[in-house]
Design a protein around this ligand. Structure first.
Ligand code: BJW
Ligand code: ZN
Length: 244
C-alpha cells in the first residue's frame, strides 16, 4: 500500500504536516460538503456555508448550523483521528492543519492543531466580534450579542471571508518547512487550503494524498492512496512503528 520511497521518507523524517478535510470525519457520521452526501433539507451544504446565505436568510443559516452543532455533540473521533494523535507522538515536529470545524481532532487528543476554518462550537458577534466559547443551543430564535445586540454567528470561516492571518501564516510556514505532507479526506478545491500541498511540494516535500476518490491534487501528489482514512491511517501508524 505504501511505496518504498514513502517508507524511506517516513523512516528518516523529522518534520511532517497533515491537512485534513471533511472526509476524515465522515466515518464518525459527520456529513461531508460535496458529493452525494452533501445535502441538508434539499439545500446544498456548500451553498449554506456562505456569507451570502447568512445575509439572505439568517433563520435558515442558523437552523443549519444549530443542527450541525447538535449532531456533533453525539459524535466521537474515529480511528483516523486517533492515528493522527499517534503520529503526533512519533515525530518531533508534526503540524495538523484542519479545514474541519468539528473539534474532533482536539477531542481525539492532538495538541498542535491549526483550525484554519474556525470551530463551530464557538459563536462570534457579527458586529463587535465578541466570542462566546460555549454558546447555548440554537432554540429557533436568532442569537443576539449581549454587548451590542448584533447578530451572533458561528466562529467559522465562510466562503468570501478571510482566514485568520496568523493561523494561515503558521499553516503556510509548516507546509513550506515539512518533509512529508499528507492531504487527507479533502476534495482539495477550497482556497487557500488547497494551495498548501503545492507550497509544500515547491519546497521539496513528498506529497501523500489519502482520499476516498481522486481529486485535482491527485495528479500532482507523489502518491495517492484511495480508500477510507479510518482504515489507511491506522495502517500507516503500524508501518511507521515497524520501520522507526
Ligand atoms: C473520504 C472519506 C473517508 C469521504 N476517508 N476520504 C482562488 C481561486 C479561486 C477561488 C478562490 C481563490 N481564493 C479564494 C477563493 C474563493 C473561495 C474558494 O476557494 N472557492 C473555490 C471553491 C473555488 N475561498 C474562500 O472564499 C476563502 N476565503 C478567502 O480566500 O478569502 C480571501 C478571498 C475572498 C474572496 C475572493 C478571493 C479571496 C474561505 C474558504 C472558507 C471555506 N469555508 C467552509 C465552511 C466552514 C464552516 C463550516 O464547516 O460550515 O469550509 S466551505 C467547506 O469547504 C468547509 C470545508 O472546510 C471546505 C473544504 O471542504 P472539504 O473538507 O474538502 O470537504 P469535501 O466534502 O469537499 O470533500 C471531502 C472529501 O473527502 C471528498 O473528496 C471525499 O471523497 C472524501 N472522503 N469520505 C477519506 N472516509
Ligand atoms: Zn456584539
Amino acid at each position: 500500500m505504501f511505496s518504498e520511497k514513502l517508507l524511506m521518507r517516513l523512516k528518516h523524517a523529522v518534520s511532517l504536516c497533515a491537512l485534513t478535510g471533511a472526509g476524515i470525519s465522515a466515518e464518525s457520521g459527520v456529513p461531508t460538503f460535496r458529493g452525494k452526501d452533501g445535502l441538508w433539507e434539499k439545500h446544498r451544504v456548500e451553498d449554506l456555508a456562505t456569507f451570502s446565505a447568512l445575509k439572505k436568510d439568517p433563520e435558515l443559516f442558523w437552523k443549519f448550523y444549530g443542527w450541525r452543532r447538535k449532531l456533533l455533540k453525539d459524535v466521537q473521533p474515529n480511528l483516523g483521528h486517533y492515528a493522527l494523535v499517534d503520529i503526533e507522538r512519533m515525530y518531533e515536529d508534526f503540524t495538523l492543519i484542519t479545514q474541519n470545524v468539528d473539534n474532533l481532532h482536539h477531542l481525539a487528543g492532538n495538541r498542535k492543531v491549526l483550525e484554519i476554518h474556525g470551530n463551530i462550537m464557538r459563536t462570534r458577534c457579527s458586529e463587535c466580534g465578541t466570542v462566546i466559547d460555549d454558546p447555548n443551543d440554537y432554540s429557533g430564535v436568532l442569537p443576539k450579542c449581549e454587548k451590542c445586540s448584533g447578530l451572533q454567528r458561528p466562529d467559522v470561516v465562510l466562503f468570501g471571508e478571510n482566514l485568520d492571518e496568523k493561523l494561515l501564516r503558521k499553516a503556510q510556514e509548516s507546509s513550506a518547512g515539512c518533509e512529508i505532507f499528507f492531504s487527507i479526506g479533502t476534495s482539495a478545491v477550497v482556497e487557500p487550503a488547497a494551495s498548501l500541498p503545492y507550497l509544500a511540494k515547491a519546497n521539496g516535500a513528498y506529497i501523500v494524498e489519502i482520499n476516498a476518490e481522486e481529486t485535482p491534487l491527485s495528479s500532482h501528489a507523489d502518491e495517492t492512496i484511495i480508500g477510507q482514512a479510518g482504515k489507511i491511517l491506522p495502517q500507516l501508524v503500524m508501518t511507521i512503528e515497524r520501520i522507526r
